[in-house]
Design a protein around this ligand. Structure first.
Ligand SMILES: CC(C)(COP(=O)(O)OP(=O)(O)OC[C@H]1O[C@@H](n2cnc3c(N)ncnc32)[C@H](O)[C@@H]1OP(=O)(O)O)[C@@H](O)C(=O)NCCC(=O)NCCS
Length: 438
């Protein structure tokens, strides 16, 4: 039976590995304010942030009750209050093509600068993967500070984002008119709308992960960033029946004090559930008076926006990078939970040093129906790929072409043409996207 990952005790193997270095691991008690503060101090210190103030602690502390949060302690320190290692994980809904899975979302991985490179992160991450396996969760997921850290744990980059910068006046809107209405709403109204709208938008986007707790609140601004909070604007698109279909959160800043027409819009979040809403809100943002530039991070690598303006060169991608990382733990469950773009069979021979996904499995996809996925070898008539587990995570959501990985020599076609066959099954019409951080 699946374990409840939130009530699992400290991982014995990790505890033993840390004990060899005079360290110990403990679970955070979410009801203990002093422990919560010390854990948050360690987390901030690890990312070179200022120590959390009371407002931040109040904002974030509620989330610990829904997470499994671990601290590693060095009791020999003069000031042992603040842990030397932190990690926090929780079950999070992630959209996959045609469905969703519950992933084990891992965050807040930090090790004190004085204690680095002695295996603390290794002990903590391995323990979380074992917790996820005990809970029978098919994947673990995370976002990263550095792209070099997590391949060794079996994670692969699985969804990419683009940061866009649009020269608003140059772009020239050519999108069709929309029948609904755009209106500015107050923060509380925006948050109320978002409670339904954001999950609906998330469910339509493979790779997107449910935002809860302080991460949801922060999209709308919070007391922790007071000056910015007062600048946030919220604009909503309602369809012709008055149903909210889109929401944009943005801030307008001044770029050149000498030129009042050169303001910059920073889009903090833009979620839509219909194409009309998408068009109406982008048009609103690009046609704001006194605005020269609109910047939007965490956008798709294939934004329809490009096709809504006359001058595509008015849109610059200022950053393109991997954002969501996926670690497949149970390939049969993971690949059974998604649908496929075509009918066909595909065999995947996976090497996974940790053992969880190691071995062969076969996907038998029938377009429009649930797939059959089973652990098995396959005959020579089945297109077969050989690959390491991190790249299994990269292929999972269809965010990268198997042909590209084969050309790069990172995966092997056991049967000729297997990569193209894989792409036909795995790739969707739009790239996966994670639209927030966690
Ligand atoms: C990244 C961090 C958590 C690693 O902690 P650590 O305890 O020093 O890591 P470990 O000693 O367990 O190292 C495990 C492995 O990861 C490697 N590694 C650790 N940090 C790495 C980094 N930043 N880049 C590349 N490899 C790294 C180690 O070399 C080791 O490799 P091995 O398995 O081949 O032996 C720590 O450096 C840190 O807190 N960094 C700042 C905060 C941060 O970026 N956190 C990650 C958030 S996503």
């Amino acid at each position: 039976m699946a374990a409840d990952p939130l009530t699992l005790p400290v991982d014995d193997e990790a505890q033993a590995a840390l004990a060899a270095h005079g360290l110990r691991m403990e679970l955070l008690d979410p009801g203990d304010d002093a422990q919560v503060r010390a854990w948050m101090e360690a987390d901030s210190r690890g990312f070179h942030d200022a120590a959390p103030d009371d407002a931040t602690i109040e904002l974030v502390s509620g989330d610990f009750a829904g997470s499994r949060t671990v601290a590693v302690r060095d009791d020999s320190l003069t000031d042992p209050r603040v842990p030397v290692g932190t990690i926090t994980s929780w079950p999070a809904a992630m959209t996959v093509p045609g469905g969703e899975v519950t992933g084990w979302a891992i965050s807040g991985v930090t090790v004190a600068p004085t204690h680095r490179r002695r295996g603390i992160a290794r002990a903590m991450v391995d323990a979380e993967l074992r917790a996820a396996v005990a809970a029978e969760l098919p994947v673990a997921i995370l976002t990263v500070s550095e792209a070099t850290i997590y391949t060794r744990y079996g994670f692969g980059p699985a969804a990419w984002t683009a940061a866009l910068e649009v020269q608003a006046k140059r772009a020239g809107w050519l999108g069709a008119e929309t029948p609904g209405r755009v209106q500015l709403v107050e923060r509380a109204t925006a948050m109320e709308t978002a409670r339904e709208l954001l999950p609906a938008a998330r469910r339509a986007t493979p790779g997107d992960v449910q935002v809860v707790g302080h991460r949801f609140d922060r999209l709308f601004g919070s007391r922790t960033d007071e000056p910015e909070l007062r600048r946030r604007r919220f604009v909503r698109y309602d369809d012709e029946d008055g149903v909210p279909r889109g929401l944009a959160v943005y801030v307008v800043g001044e770029e050149d004090p000498a030129d009042f027409t050169s303001h910059v819009v920073e889009v903090r979040h833009l979620a839509t559930t219909t194409d009309d809403a998408y068009r109406a809100l982008w048009r609103y943002l690009l046609e704001l008076d006194l605005v020269r530039t609109v910047r939007a991070p965490l956008r798709s690598t294939d934004e329809p926006l490009r096709w809504l303006v006359r001058d595509q060169r008015a849109i610059r991608t200022t950053e393109l990078r991997e954002h969501l990382w996926v670690r497949v733990l149970d390939p049969v469950a993971a690949f059974s939970a998604r649908t496929y773009g075509a009918s066909g069979r595909l065999a995947l021979r996976v090497t996974d040093p940790a053992g969880y996904a190691d071995g062969s499995f076969v996907i038998h996809a029938t377009e429009g129906f649930a797939p059959r996925v089973a652990r098995a070898g396959a005959g020579s008539d089945v297109p077969t790929l050989e690959l390491p587990v991190d790249l299994l995570g990269s292929l999972y959501l269809g965010g990268v072409s198997a042909v590209t990985l084969a050309r790069a020599g990172r995966i092997t076609e056991v049967t000729p043409g297997a990569a193209l066959a894989a792409d036909r099954l795995l790739r969707g019409s739009e790239p996966p996207l994670l639209a927030t951080w966690f």
